[in-house]
Structure formats: structure tokens, C-alpha cells
Design a protein around this ligand. Structure first.
Ligand code: ATP
Length: 261
């Protein structure tokens, strides 16, 4: 099987500014990656490129075996799920949860296409498997932020993606809602038919053990990548942030990090 992602010397330039610089990185099947980077590091630009919304200015990029320039981008996009709070704003608040999950099958906002009872059943089952049974039949407008994120994940899974991008999925969640959502994400990752997961976050606490690989992005450049357990150290993170960092263990695998005062 080909790699999930294959970046070879990819750069993106806007005006006279290089937003991404000489990115060479690959993601193999069965790997789940987290990406850390300060504001403006180029994470969103990287994700947009993976989703085919933006093309490399130079270099070559292969996503799910499709080489940019040769592959059909709309078809590729059907294989990629993208969960972000930005998508929440695009949804119709009055829509019923079941329909929102179902709309993932058609990658549409709202359901205008014909669908079968089986499709609807599948949408409901996905949400149930994620622990969202009590949300069925509710209006999206009444849901909490954490519940909304869960619906977006269920919606993304409806299209059976091969790659699921989680773009700051815990944004705006309280402490407990965040743990709840992380548990669901962990469950997805552990299921045998899980898509490859790509998580963007500002917080190391959100990097669950299933995110076995980590990419450190600074000012459009890769500073380091590799196994998460090797990179979440004070030395590696202080080098990355270019400031002294304290790493505090939460448990065997998760850590919190703070700037040393
Ligand atoms: N179309 C564009 N034209 C010019 N500059 C751009 C364009 N798109 C992004 N940038 C700049 O590129 C840099 C990287 O932006 P990007 O949104 O990818 O960062 P990010 O890591 O996602 O940041 P954040 O964590 O704040 O969301 C920023 O400085 C941004 O202003």
C-alpha cells in the first residue's frame, strides 16, 4: 500500500513570502500523527494542501496515493474527512443531528440528495458508536460545543474517509468535555477500520497515545519529526519553541508543557 502522505521538497509562496519551506515528510499507513506549531507556523496551510484546496508552489505531493497534478482532486477529497470549528459555523443551526451526520455521505451542508433508510441507519449507528446516542433527533442549535464536535466527527466518518483531519478539535471545550471527546477519538483510532488520523493542536495534553508520531512545525519549516515519545521532552520542545520549557508528566504517555518562568 502506498503512503498516506508523501511530501517531497514542498514549498508554498504567497507574494514574496514563503509560507511553507521545503517540506519533506511522509505518513505511512497505520500511523497517526499530531502536528504542533505556534500561531502562524503554517499548520492550516499544510492541511489545506493535503485536502487539495491549495497546491504546492514547488515540490511534489502525493495524498492517499494520488499525485497532485495527475490525480482527480474532487475524488480525492471524498476520501478525506476534515473536522474543525470553522465547519460548525457553516452548518444550519436548525438542522437535526441525524441529518447532519447523514450529510457527510454527500459532503454537503444539508441533505438534498436521495438517501435510503440504510443510509440513515448508518448515520445513527456511527453516532451511537461514538457514544452520542442521546443526541439523536436533537436540533444542532441546542447542542454544547463538545456535542457539536462529536457530530462533526460522526459526519466525517459517514463518508468512510481514509484520512481524518482533526483541526484543533478540542477548541472551546471545558476540561471534562475535552477528555470525553479525546476518549471518543481514541476509540476511533483503535477500531480496526480507523482512517489515518492527523491532529493539529496547540496543547500536548491532547496528544493521546494513539498519536504515535509528531511533526514540529515552526515558521513554515519542519523543525523535527518522529515518534511522539521521543519528541515530547524538555530538550526537544525547548529547541522547538526556542524558549526553556518545562514538561510535566500526566500519565505514562501524556504530558503538559509550560514555558519556564
Ligand atoms: N493567502 C495568503 N497570503 C499571504 N499570507 C498567508 C496566506 N495564507 C496564510 N498566510 C500567512 O502564512 C502564515 C501561516 O498561516 P497558517 O494559517 O497556515 O498558520 P497556522 O499555523 O495555521 O496558524 P494558527 O495556529 O494561528 O491557526 C501566517 O503568517 C499567515 O498570515
Amino acid at each position: 500500500m502506498s503512503n498516506i502522505l508523501e511530501f517531497k521538497n514542498v514549498s508554498v509562496t504567497r507574494g514574496n513570502r514563503q509560507i511553507l519551506k521545503d517540506i519533506s515528510w511522509h505518513v505511512k499507513a497505520k500511523e497517526n500523527w499530531a502536528i504542533l506549531g505556534l500561531n502562524g507556523a503554517g499548520k492550516t496551510t499544510l492541511l489545506k494542501m493535503i485536502h487539495g484546496d491549495l497546491w504546492p508552489t514547488t515540490g511534489s505531493l502525493e495524498v492517499l496515493g494520488g499525485l497532485f497534478g495527475q490525480t482527480n482532486i474532487p475524488k480525492l477529497q471524498t476520501k478525506i474527512g476534515w473536522v474543525s470549528t470553522a465547519l460548525q459555523d457553516a452548518l444550519h443551526p436548525g438542522d437535526i443531528v441525524d441529518q447532519i451526520v447523514l450529510s457527510g455521505k454527500f459532503a454537503s451542508i444539508g441533505v438534498y440528495q436521495e438517501y435510503s433508510d440504510q443510509d440513515l441507519e448508518q448515520a445513527r449507528n456511527i453516532l451511537k458508536n461514538l457514544g452520542g446516542e442521546k443526541l439523536l433527533s436533537k436540533s444542532y442549535a441546542v447542542l454544547s460545543q463538545g456535542e457539536r464536535q462529536l457530530i462533526l466527527i460522526a459526519r466525517a466518518l459517514m463518508a468512510k474517509p481514509e484520512l481524518l483531519i482533526l483541526d484543533e478539535p478540542c477548541n472551546g471545550l471545558d476540561l471534562f468535555a475535552r477528555e470525553e471527546l479525546l476518549k471518543r477519538i481514541q476509540k476511533i483510532a483503535k477500531s480496526p477500520d480507523s482512517p489515518a488520523l492527523l491532529l493539529v493542536s496547540h496543547y500536548t495534553e491532547e496528544i493521546l497515545p494513539v498519536f504515535d508520531h509528531l511533526l514540529l512545525l515552526r515558521s513554515g519549516e519542519i523543525v523535527n519529526f518522529g515518534q511522539t515519545k521521543n519528541l515530547l521532552s524538555e530538550k526537544s520542545l525547548s529547541d522547538f519553541y526556542q524558549k526553556p520549557i518545562i514538561v510535566q508528566k500526566i500519565d505514562e504517555t501524556r504530558v503538559s508543557v509550560y514555558p519556564k518562568s
